[in-house]
Design a binder for this molecule. Structure first.
Ligand code: WTA
Length: 655
């Protein structure tokens, strides 16, 4: 579709809420006023209505030690009790919690009563391995029910989990295990990927036996998933089926303090060292449950909900595990990739389970657009009533495609902006309330306040002017810090625009209607297929290769993945450039150091990098090269001939 026909098409669409939808929607227009009139009162009400407290809280927000927030102070609760037991106690034990769909076509139906037994057994098993309140548990697992059981078992014991995405390498796993000092790792022998088993535990073994460092890991609990052969340490390793299956299927969920840490999740920042973002209990659960109810418009009695994210990312934490389960949802959990065994697999799942709410990422939608409309057209997707998007800006063309070919030209789309740090959705339309604007996340949800600031830190409201997105009031599911590094927390989020504003790191603008448009990161963080990667982390992986002297990485625009990793590399004096072979070796080296998701699309061997007189690499110019543009202004370069050298002498390679 050309831009012209796109805008005329947009013009013809009526995207105001359907009154029938509005009549049943969980979100209401009044909520905006209510929250604006009494911010803390609004959140206190959400906390009491959506969460069951073992002990009620006495103070809604303590911001006296800003930017370190305490929410629902004095309250006590157990997250696993809220996500599991209370539904059984309310008589909903027979309701399906999880429709599991394995990649190989194997399935499992798990009711809330089943979930209670499974989580209890897992909690008893972890306790028998010595896990108690406050201990950290690393989880390195594929999308299988045991992963959910494990996370909830940790929550039940008050032991914060650190889930590490299964696509990360042993090296990345090692850093994360060491930083959190995880005592136990839960993993699987292998994971299914496009019909083939790939080893997983092997990376855990390598991470534990990393260099000379003594590992904090005492026990490794292993689920047998693929029958992949594994090395075994009799002292340390335990099979899930040997330990968990024999455990008692009841377990008392002890309440913890509202501010007790629930999980750590590592994410990329602007330096090479990933940040352990940590979240606590009461505030996080409140906002996860609230947003899942009002933004996804979940009705647990009738909806079948499906979030396609991996549990290794924050979306999987908040919108597979905690939000939907706290609300008593029935959801689909899918282990595999969208094209296995065929490109209609997702739509087949939608048809099979009558999925009514689908939450996915723009990169997936753009991939489906490439595969063609005839694929979704083969399936009955009339059950869909709400669609969601997360992870990166969704371009209007993908938005329209999603609405038409998945949402039957009827389902509202919620474009939800948030971050690992925010814990839950922050900016999004409310279905049934908001008149939608394709491509825009629109406005902060009730209870959340945002502004756009100029370079000097002044808020503005002019349309089409580009600035920095900030959040202006503390919110319940906000990060409580960076694990073990409170200074970095203050410096990263609360210093750019002074202590009043949380700096999100995203560029943004308003349109004429006052909608917020998110414009991507303004720092050295890339967004590849909705996954956050730091330029610095990939650069340090590249320079750890013996042949590399210097490296600069940029995110270049990519039609499908949003951005793609492009690396410019200077080889060391003694190293020879073997062309394609060197390029492939460096790409594989990054995959080994960080994981396949970080593998550069392109590596360009160059003689020089463009630097300012103060020695800062001018990534903007490298981006021009990577995106095949005329290079921009070179006047601030220390040596202005460098760009010519780069363009002439480049040997590049990619898949
Ligand atoms: C980007 C994922 C535009 C943004 C939940 C943010 C988005 C980063 C959107 C956080 C959206 C996420 N529109 N950009 N709807 N959602 N982003 O921590 O740059 O993996 O800062 O959390 O993704 O990525 P993270």
């Amino acid at each position: 579709m050309t831009d012209d026909s796109l805008s005329s098409h947009l013009h013809e669409l009526d995207l105001s809420p359907d009154p029938a939808f509005t009549a049943q929607a969980n979100g209401t227009a009044e909520m905006y006023d209510e929250a604006a009139a009494d911010h803390e009162g609004f959140w206190a009400r959400q906390a009491r209505e959506r969460v069951t407290w073992a002990k009620d809280f006495d103070t809604t927000l303590d911001w006296s030690e800003a930017p370190f927030a305490k929410w629902f102070v004095g309250g006590e609760l157990n997250v696993a009790y809220n996500c599991v037991d209370r539904h059984v106690e309310a008589g909903n034990g027979d309701r399906v919690a999880i429709h599991f769909e394995g990649e190989q076509g194997d399935t499992r139906t798990i009711t809330y009563a089943d979930l209670q037994r499974e989580v209890s057994k897992a909690a008893n098993a972890l306790a028998s391995l010595g896990v108690s309140t406050g201990d950290r548990v690393a989880v390195y697992m594929p999308m299988i029910p045991e992963t959910v059981f494990t996370m909830l078992a940790c929550a039940r014991l008050g032991a914060p989990h650190s889930v590490i995405f299964g696509g990360f390498s042993a090296e990345a796993l090692h850093t994360r295990i060491a930083d959190a000092e995880a005592k136990v790792v839960v993993t699987t022998d292998g994971q299914w990927r496009r019909g083939k088993p790939a080893p997983l535990k092997a990376a855990v073994d390598a991470a534990i036996h990393h260099g000379d460092d003594a590992s904090p890991v005492e026990k490794v609990l292993v689920v047998k998933r693929t029958d992949t052969e594994v090395e075994w340490d009799d002292e340390r390793d335990v099979w899930w089926h040997d330990l968990v299956e024999g455990q008692p299927d009841t377990h008392e969920a002890a309440p913890v303090d509202s501010e007790h840490p629930l999980f750590i999740l590592y994410t990329s920042g602007t330096t090479g060292k990933p940040k352990g973002i940590f979240h606590t209990t009461g505030g996080y659960l409140t906002q996860a449950a609230y947003t899942n109810a009002v933004v996804h418009d979940l009705h647990p009695e009738t909806d079948v909900y499906w979030c396609t994210a991996d549990v290794g990312w924050v979306t999987g934490h908040s919108y597979i595990v905690y939000g939907p389960l706290a609300n008593g949802a029935t959801q689909v959990l899918y282990e595999g990739t969208p094209d296995s065994p065929h490109q209609g697999r997702w739509w087949e799942i939608v048809e099979k389970y009558k999925v009514s709410i689908l939450y996915t990422a723009p990169t997936a939608i753009r991939t489906f657009m490439k595969w063609g409309t005839d694929i979704p057209a083969k399936y009955d997707m009339s059950s869909i009533r709400v669609l969601g998007s997360v992870g990166e800006p969704i371009n209007p063309e993908a938005w329209l495609w999603y609405r038409k070919h998945v949402g039957g030209d009827r389902a509202p789309i919620v474009d939800t902006w948030w971050q690992t740090e925010t814990g839950a959705i922050m900016i999004s339309p409310l279905p049934g309330v908001t008149t939608l604007e394709p491509g825009s996340a629109q406005r902060p949800i009730p209870g959340i306040s945002a502004e756009i600031l100029d370079d000097d830190g002044n808020p503005f409201t002019e349309a089409e002017k580009v600035g920095y997105l900030v959040l202006t009031k503390p919110w319940p599911s906000m990060l409580r810090g960076i694990w073990g590094d409170p200074e970095r927390y203050k410096e990263t989020y609360w210093s750019r625009f002074g202590p009043k504003y949380y700096f999100a790191g995203d560029g943004a603008k308003y349109d004429e209607k006052g909608n917020i448009w998110l414009l991507g990161r303004v720092d050295d963080v890339m967004n590849v297929s909705g996954h956050r990667l730091s330029t610095a982390e990939i650069e340090s992986a590249l320079v750890s290769h013996p042949s590399v002297a210097e490296a600069a990485v940029v995110g270049a625009a990519d039609e499908t993945t949003g951005q793609a990793v492009c690396a410019f590399v200077i080889l060391r004096g003694g190293a020879t450039d073997h062309g394609e072979e060197t390029v492939q070796e460096l790409r594989n080296h990054v995959a080994k150091e960080i994981g396949p998701i970080a593998k550069p699309r392109q590596v360009m061997i160059v003689q020089e990098l463009p630097k300012t007189r103060s020695g800062k690499i001018m990534r903007r110019l490298l981006k021009d090269v990577a995106e095949n543009r005329e290079v921009g202004d070179v006047t601030t370069l220390a040596d202005s001939s460098v760009m010519n050298l780069i363009k002439q002498g480049m040997s590049s390679g990619s898949d």
